[in-house]
Design a protein around this ligand. Structure first.
Ligand code: NAP
Length: 333
């Protein structure tokens, strides 16, 4: 049997780097075609150092036909570039559907990384006394943008086997992009304001997950699909969080504030609400809105399969101390 081929979209990202490296360990035969914009020699070298079976396809998420053509030729597509980029999702589905129409191969797999923003409450930092407890068991996507992927995964004929993963707040140190996007975002906002915090009182909290465990979760879902343990579509929807208690943005940002104060980057330690002049220009900033995720459950189904336990515990301590410190140093040397 010829080795499987996978198109990875977002390989150079925070999650993508860990994923590419993990695939080298768990699927050493798999060939990876990595879509990358600005394919500089350094970027290509960086990817090949993580996985020697990498080929680079230069292009952006806007290059729909390029993505469709690549998806048409692979067995697996893993999209970890942008949770809400509809044109690139459509391009992947177009390519996979063309492939299915030829009837020449097994139904292809499409794993897409979304985020827990889909279950956000759209409050702006206020505490909610009795938040809804979410579970991914029987979870329904309703009208969210990811429904296109779900629909493609539930068609009875020529089905694409799909899975959508919804991680909580991701922390840790990346292999290619070194820090999670929220670290430079919040540290730059803090610099502009002279102190750290988030919109409103920062009482909203969410579950977190180490970046290494996010990569592990992707590979576990991939294996479960390959082995037929899950069919995909409606039983391919997974929240990806640790089992530790949620962490609030005021907790995270007060550590951020202490560290930035000790480096002389802000005028006070700890955190307090940002003034309107800081939050107003954010408008519909996804990251700020995404802060409202609170209660999700763990990947119960995968745990039940005995496939996933997660390896990195101690999120509260490590995220709130050493990891935020280290991430901040990477983001703001
Ligand atoms: N980080 C979190 O806390 C978090 C939480 C929940 C969900 N998520 C979701 O998880 C996924 C991975 O997140 P991440 O933190 O790993 O993201 P990231 O570090 O920002 O990486 C994004 C990747 O996508 C590529 N990319 C972005 N826009 C592109 C474009 N227009 N054309 C081509 N490539 C493009 C980047 O390539 P370049 O190298 O060219 O920049 C990079 O490889 C995303 O879907 C994100 O929404 C993240």
């Amino acid at each position: 049997m010829s080795p499987q081929r996978a198109l990875i979209i977002g390989a150079t990202g925070f999650v993508g780097g860990h994923l590419v490296e993990l695939l080298a360990k768990k699927h050493p035969e798999m060939r990876l075609l990595c879509l990358t914009r600005d394919a500089t020699p350094a970027k290509i070298e960086g990817l090949k150092s993580l996985n020697s079976h990498v080929d680079v396809l230069e292009g952006t998420l806007e290059d729909s036909e390029l993505i469709s053509q690549a998806a048409e030729k692979v067995d697996i597509v893993i999209h970890v570039a942008h949770s809400d980029h509809v044109p690139s999702v459509q391009a992947v589905l177009t390519g996979l559907k063309r492939q299915v129409a030829t009837g020449s191969r097994k139904p292809p797999l499409y794993l897409h990384m979304s985020g827990c923003g889909v279950i956000a409450d759209n409050v702006f930092g206020e505490r909610v006394e009795h938040p809804k407890e979410w579970t991914d068991v029987g979870f329904r996507l309703d009208e969210h943008g990811d429904h296109r992927i779900l629909e493609a995964g539930t068609e009875s004929e020529g089905r694409i086997r799909t899975s959508i993963l919804f991680p909580g707040l991701i922390y840790g140190i990346g292999k290619t992009r070194r820090s999670s996007a929220w670290v430079p975002l919040y540290s730059n906002l803090a610099k502009a304001a002279g102190h750290a915090d988030t919109r409103g009182p920062g009482e909203v909290s969410q579950y977190c997950i180490h970046v290494q465990d996010v990569a592990l979760a992707v590979v576990c879902v991939l294996d479960a699909l390959l082995e037929g343990k899950i069919r995909g579509g409606e039983d391919g929807l997974f929240f990806v969080t640790s089992q530790e208690p949620t962490i609030s943005w005021s907790e995270i940002n007060s550590v951020l504030g202490d560290i930035m104060y000790s480096k002389g980057l802000v005028k006070m330690s700890g955190a307090k609400p940002f003034p309107e002049s800081i939050t107003e220009p954010l408008g519909h900033c996804k990251v700020t809105r995404e802060n409202v995720v609170r209660d999700v459950t763990v990947m119960r189904e995968l745990i039940a399969c005995g496939n996933w336990g997660g390896t990195q515990n101690g999120a509260r301590e490590s995220l709130c101390r050493s990891v935020v410190k280290e991430m901040l140093e990477i983001a703001m040397p």
